[in-house]
Design a protein around this ligand. Structure first.
Ligand SMILES: O=C(CO)[C@H](O)[C@H](O)COP(=O)(O)O
Ligand SMILES: [Fe+2]
Length: 215
């Protein structure tokens, strides 16, 4: 059974509580929370104070995607503010192993993300230390971009690797996910589907949730 993680970047923030209640009712699995710092990516989104308020209004797992430089400086605060999963970019730090350890020491699930231009085999030294691998299927920084199809080979590599090594990390895809691109990723072994613009263009959130699951 695959998991659905709507990206709050595309929700209506003037009605955040209403949006969260609708998402809960649609049976989604995670709330994907995109943090952008204007340095690692050329955009700024939201950070710790809004995360702490979101934590107060939902018990759904919060999947924080940190698109920030030097995440080691902030992971502890993102854990304390209420994240359940914290994903950091391989490209954002020279200390990826240390950052992943810090996340687990805080009792949170540790995720590692790779940009489209990064070779997925570079993750190999940390694959036994993560709970989730995030394959970016667009260049990070903005919602509403087009899926980069060649990224699906990374999913196959990660699926083969975990089977060969008895690992259980989840494979998450993020960027340009809709019912067609989700089907391509499902066929390669992806487990968690982040969707922003596609998901929130629907009035009834049951519809994208079911379509992304392939139902
Ligand atoms: O990490 C992200 C952007 O960097 C977002 O999660 C992603 O872009 C979701 O938006 P969409 O589904 O519209 O592509
Ligand atoms: Fe994201």
């Amino acid at each position: 059974m695959v998991k659905i993680a709507p990206s709050l970047l595309s929700c209506d923030f003037t009605k955040l509580q209403e949006e969260v209640k609708k998402l809960e009712a649609s049976g989604v699995d995670y709330l994907h929370y995109d943090v952008m710092d204007g340095q690692f990516v050329p955009n700024i989104s939201f950070g710790l104070p809004i995360l702490a308020q979101l934590r107060q209004i939902t018990s759904l797992p919060i999947d924080s995607h940190l698109m920030i430089a030097d995440p080691e400086v902030f992971v502890s605060q993102f854990a304390d503010a209420g994240s359940d999963i914290i994903t950091v970019h391989l490209e954002a730090t020279p200390h990826i192993h240390r950052v992943l350890q810090m996340i687990r020491q805080k009792g949170k699930k540790a995720g590692v993300a790779v940009n489209p231009g990064t070779n997925v085999t570079l993750l190999e030294p940390v694959l036994s230390d993560v709970d989730l691998v995030l394959v970016m299927t667009v260049n990070p920084g903005f919602g509403g971009q087009s899926f980069i199809e060649g990224m699906v080979d990374k999913i196959s590599y990660l699926d083969d690797y975990r089977r060969a090594h008895g690992l259980t990390y989840e494979i998450e895809v993020d960027g340009g996910i809709n019912e067609e691109t989700a089907a391509l990723c499902r066929a390669r072994g992806a487990d968690v589907f982040v969707a922003g613009s596609y998901f929130f263009k629907h009035d009834d959130y049951n519809v994208p949730a079911q379509k992304l699951r392939g139902e």
